[in-house]
Structures are given as structure tokens and as C-alpha cells.
Design a protein around this ligand. Structure first.
Ligand code: IMP
Length: 442
């Protein structure tokens, strides 16, 4: 028996979809623990491209049980569209999918408020995906949210909706000069979704723990990445859930004692979508070239991703929090044509408020640990080490010995500097374009 977590190490979009898909072969169950349809997990199987948002990627494999945990937020319409989209492509979605009765429901006003809040923040906006994620988690914490099981009791749902819509409409009218939402319209729309989704809703804590106790291998599928974690990311420029490993236990009701391995998915460079600090960002032609070569456009929103060099300072932070047992290094092939690569090994920072000893002495601070304050991180400048490029195609390479010497040196440099084991190196989009050094399940 072996239960493995797959977590994003950076700001999401590290290529978790492919790694989860690859590892699913060894798992009987694939369970998602946080986030919502803000995520977009791209999986390429035999030249067919699938983008999954809420449904675990295990759905693309026959005979796997897929679980959407209580830590996930669900927009019923989007989920139904996702199910129907898969069915149209002859992917079976039925008795293999289970939705936690404890997952929270994204309501139309969450999506509306997400957009309005962002608009009102002007330049300081988070750059959310506009999917209502933050407001839905906000209601969860305020204990005013709907859980999926509430959809199963029409009377209770309507009563609660009446109270919620009254408050929301006050806000919409008075703060945002927006027209009010109709109780009846929202109620009847959500009751239709309830009819469709009811057969999938269950107590997944009981189900998942039974499966684990009977010796079934589980793959816990993370969305977004550690630097977007609400507690450990670059707050407030984060998503609203625990995307690091801690989210597994709360988001699925699983004991940490049942986790056997934690695979961090790390892109060979760095990307970020939306606002917030990004010390190694390349705002130049090279950044644009990496974006083009890496196809760095959001799988959910289509937004261009910001691109930059690998950043050991933030990676060390992510490694500390998650305790990875292994790393899946992705998109190595995107760097194939570069003469030289840079890796950030420290930050320097000049404090405009002269609060620290260094600034009082007139010298810049040097950080090798990521500052907790996003405002400070925003002012940090990277200190780079240069690494020689390999100038040879690595696309589709399947054996370590077939990788160019300098590419292997880059991998070793990452592994040794960060004290992490590299389990997998991804060398292309397809499932078989990969070097497997150690199977995390074995
Ligand atoms: P939200 O999750 O839509 O509230 O967005 C908050 C921040 O997380 C924004 O910067 C988004 O771009 C980012 N974000 C959310 N989901 C993803 C994802 O799946 N990949 C990368 N960034 C994401």
C-alpha cells in the first residue's frame, strides 16, 4: 500500500496534470483536496488534449475511483459542463466519481463579487481567475456557505438562500451599484443542478478511508502551487485554499499517517499568472521566448503567464513546508536552446524605511530565506548564479544517460543545492516523454 501526494512547488502551472496522469497507473484512487475550477490540468493522451478543472485526472483512466474532497469548492454548472464534455469524448463518468457532501458550493454571487472586488482594487488587484473562488471560501469560513449536501434538501437550501441573497443584494446595490439577484431564479437553477449531481454526492471521508484501509493506493491531486497557498504563499497574492501538503488532511479527512510520499512538481524555470511579486521575472525578449516555447498561457483563462528563472529562495521555502520525498522536474526541454541559464540563489533588498541594521549601515539586506511580507518580496532583487546551457534537444528523452551532459549538470545542481531527490524529469507534453528515475509508488 502506498499513498502519494502531488503538489505544485511554485505558483501553479508546473505540469501537475501530466505527472498525476503518469502516476495514476499505480493508483486505484485519485482524490482532489482543494481549489476549484480555477485550476486547469492539461493531460495529453495519444495526441488528444484534455483540460480538467475540478474532476481528478484519474477519470481518463479506466477503473479508477475519483474523489472530489470537502476542501474543494464546486461551481455546479461548470462541473456539469466538465462531466458532459468528457462524456461527449467517450470518457466514462458515472459510478467512478464521488463528490464530498462537505465540498462548498460556488454561487452566482461569488463569481459576481470576485469580479467586482477585483475591479474595485484597481492596480492592487490579485488577478484572480474570476471564478468566485475567494468569495466561496470566504463564506465557508464565515459559516454562511452552502455545502453540496445542502443541495439535497430543497427546503433548507431555499431558506438559507433567502437570507444569503438578502445580504448579497444589499452589497450589490449599495457598494457596487449592481442589479439585484432573483431568489427564485437562483433557487430553481441550483435545484436543477442538484438533481443532476445528487447521485455523485456522498460522505467521501468514510469512502476514502475505507479504500485506504483496504490497501488501495491513493494519489492525492493538488491544484495551484505552494506559493499560492493562503497561509504559506505570497499573501495576499494567493488563492484562497491550502494548496500545499497540509491541505490533503483537512481537504479530504485523511490522517497524515496515511501519507507515504510527497512529490513536488517543479518547472525547470518559473511562471506566475496574475498579480504579485516575482523576483526572477523576465520582462524582456527572453521571457517572451520562454512563454512561446513553453506554451505559457493559462489553461483556464488563456492569460499569458509571466516567465522567469528558477528561484532557489522560494523553492527552499516550498521544500521546507511540504517535505517532498521526491521532485518531478518538468519542461526541461523548453530551455534547450539557451546558451546560459540563471538560477537565483539569494535576494538583496534595500529597505526604504530603514528598519533593519543593514539599511541603517547603508547596505542592502541579503536574504536566503523568502521574506514573509509580499511588499518586501516585491522590492527584492535576485542574485544569480549562471549555469551553462546544453544547446541540444532533450525533447522526448526517456533515459538519464541520453540527456546532454549540461542538462544533467543542471538537474544535479538543483538536486544538490536544494537537497531534494529528483524522481522524474519530464521532457515533453506526452505521457511517454519522461525520464523516470524512481517511481514514487515503489
Ligand atoms: P483565484 O484562485 O481565482 O482566487 O486567483 C488567485 C490567484 O491564484 C491569481 O493570481 C490566479 O492567477 C492564481 N491561480 C488560481 N488558480 C491557478 C492555477 O490553477 N494556476 C496558476 N495560478 C492560479
Amino acid at each position: 500500500m502506498s499513498n502519494i501526494v502531488v503538489v505544485g512547488v511554485q505558483w501553479g502551472d508546473e505540469g501537475k496534470g501530466k505527472i498525476v496522469d503518469l502516476l495514476t497507473e499505480n493508483a486505484r484512487v485519485v482524490a482532489r483536496y482543494q481549489g476549484g475550477h480555477n485550476a486547469g490540468h492539461t493531460v495529453i493522451i495519444k495526441d488528444e488534449k484534455y483540460v480538467l478543472h475540478v474532476i481528478p485526472s484519474g477519470i481518463l483512466h479506466k477503473g479508477k475511483t475519483c474523489i472530489i474532497g470537502n476542501g474543494v469548492v464546486i461551481e455546479p454548472k461548470a462541473l456539469i459542463e466538465e462531466i458532459e464534455g468528457l462524456r461527449k469524448r467517450n470518457v466514462y463518468v458515472g459510478k467512478n466519481l464521488f463528490i464530498s457532501g462537505g465540498s462548498h458550493v460556488i454561487m452566482p454571487y461569488h463569481t459576481l463579487l470576485d469580479g467586482k472586488n477585483e475591479e474595485s482594487m484597481g492596480k492592487k488587484k490579485i488577478g484572480t481567475t474570476g471564478r468566485g473562488i475567494g468569495p466561496a471560501y470566504c463564506d465557508k469560513m464565515s459559516r454562511t456557505g452552502f455545502r453540496m449536501l445542502d443541495l439535497l434538501d430543497g427546503g433548507r437550501f431555499r431558506e438559507k438562500l433567502k437570507a444569503n441573497i438578502k445580504d448579497v443584494n444589499f452589497l450589490l446595490e449599495n457598494k457596487f451599484q449592481n442589479k439585484k439577484l432573483s431568489l427564485e431564479k437562483v433557487n430553481s437553477e441550483y435545484m436543477r443542478y442538484a438533481d443532476y449531481l445528487a447521485p455523485f454526492i456522498t460522505d467521501t471521508v468514510v469512502l476514502l478511508n475505507k479504500l485506504i484501509d483496504s490497501g488501495k493506493n491513493v494519489l492525492f491531486e493538488g491544484a495551484q502551487g505552494t506559493l499560492l497557498d493562503i497561509d504559506h504563499g505570497t499573501y495576499p497574492y494567493v488563492t484562497s485554499s491550502n494548496s500545499s501538503v497540509g491541505g490533503v488532511c483537512t481537504g479530504l479527512g485523511v490522517s497524515p499517517r496515511k501519507i507515504d510520499g510527497i512529490v513536488g512538481v517543479m518547472k525547470a524555470y518559473t511562471t506566475r499568472v496574475g498579480g504579485g511579486p516575482f523576483p526572477t521575472e523576465l520582462n524582456d525578449k527572453l521571457g517572451e521566448e520562454i512563454r512561446l516555447k513553453g506554451g505559457e498561457y493559462g489553461a483556464t483563462t488563456g492569460r499569458p503567464r509571466r516567465c522567469g528563472w528558477l528561484d532557489f529562495v522560494s523553492l527552499k521555502h516550498a521544500i521546507r513546508i511540504n517535505g517532498f520525498t521526491g521532485i518531478a522536474l518538468t519542461k526541461l526541454d523548453v530551455l534547450d536552446e539557451l546558451d546560459t541559464l540563471k538560477v537565483c540563489v539569494a535576494y538583496t533588498y534595500e529597505d526604504p524605511y530603514k528598519r533593519c541594521e543593514c539599511s541603517k549601515k547603508g547596505v542592502a539586506c541579503r536574504f536566503t530565506d523568502m521574506p514573509q511580507d509580499a511588499m518586501i518580496l516585491e522590492g527584492c532583487k535576485p542574485v544569480y548564479k549562471e549555469v551553462k546551457g546544453w544547446k541540444t534537444s532533450t525533447q522526448g528523452v526517456k533515459k538519464l544517460k541520453d540527456l546532454p551532459k549540461q542538462a544533467r549538470a543542471y538537474i544535479d545542481y538543483i538536486s544538490e543545492s536544494l537537497n531534494v531527490k529528483i524522481d522524474i524529469v519530464s521532457t515533453g507534453q506526452r505521457r511517454d516523454e519522461v525520464v523516470i528515475l524512481r517511481n514514487p509508488f515503489k
